[in-house]
Write a protein of this length. Structure first.
Length: 224
């Protein structure tokens, strides 16, 4: 019995030392982490700011987003600061009901596009039941995630009458110091024309693509 206690006590100390050392390293080497999660069909992007604030943009098709979040978040972390849904198609909203069930979310943002998809209705129900703050994303909105870290809504200005989900997809720009990440959802050509006409500079260091993971530390991209 004493030997077993000694073993678990040693294991506890080792784990505590590891977590403490990792925290120290994080404080000494602050990074912006930008992960394109491997969820199969669809999109899911996870962002962690230098101070540890966390954002999820879209949730893919189903439950796989949970295992992917488990790979990039500490096992004891059950909260996400903000969730953005670019548009309510299954390959973007399908995993969000499970995210909202398993994590405490402070803020939820979507384009306000009406849809009858069951998964989207489930997201709306959970947002209401869990009393999550909800905003309808519109051009000009800016969200300060951390010092020097801002998410800005570039599109849409309003929901197009009779428009499909893709035509009304949120387009988001994540800015960190002098570098930008452009997240376009499934925005179509009218959105592109609109942004070209409205924006003086759409240059971005990273635009949504399909690598397994993008990890940015002072603009170093690793894509194993």
């Amino acid at each position: 019995m004493k030997r077993r206690f000694k073993y678990f006590f040693t294991l506890f100390l080792a784990l505590s030392a590891f977590l403490t050392w990792r925290t120290v390293l994080s404080l000494e080497n602050p990074t912006l982490k930008f992960y394109m999660l491997d969820i199969g069909q669809g999109d899911a992007i996870f962002i962690e700011t230098p101070s540890g604030n966390q954002v999820l943009v879209d949730g893919g098709t189903g439950k796989k987003v949970l295992s992917e979040l488990g790979d990039v978040m500490p096992f004891f972390d059950r909260s996400i600061d903000a969730v953005f849904l670019t548009h309510p198609d299954l390959d973007h909203v399908g995993g969000l009901p499970e995210v909202l069930k398993n994590y405490d979310v402070d803020l939820y943002v979507d384009p306000g596009q009406p849809d009858t998809l069951g998964e989207y209705a489930e997201v709306e129900r959970l947002v209401r039941e869990k009393d999550i703050k909800r905003l309808v994303g519109r051009r000009g909105m800016k969200f300060l995630l951390d010092k020097d870290v801002v998410v800005e809504v570039l599109f849409p200005e309003k929901i197009a009458d009779g428009g499909n989900n893709n035509k009304n997809s949120l387009v988001l720009r994540l800015s960190y110091k002098n570098e930008d990440f452009l997240m376009t959802g499934d925005a179509e050509r009218p959105a592109e024309y609109f942004l070209i006409a409205k924006e003086n500079d759409l240059h971005s260091e990273v635009q949504k693509v399909q690598p397994r993971i993008c990890f940015w530390k002072m603009f170093v991209l690793l894509t194993p």
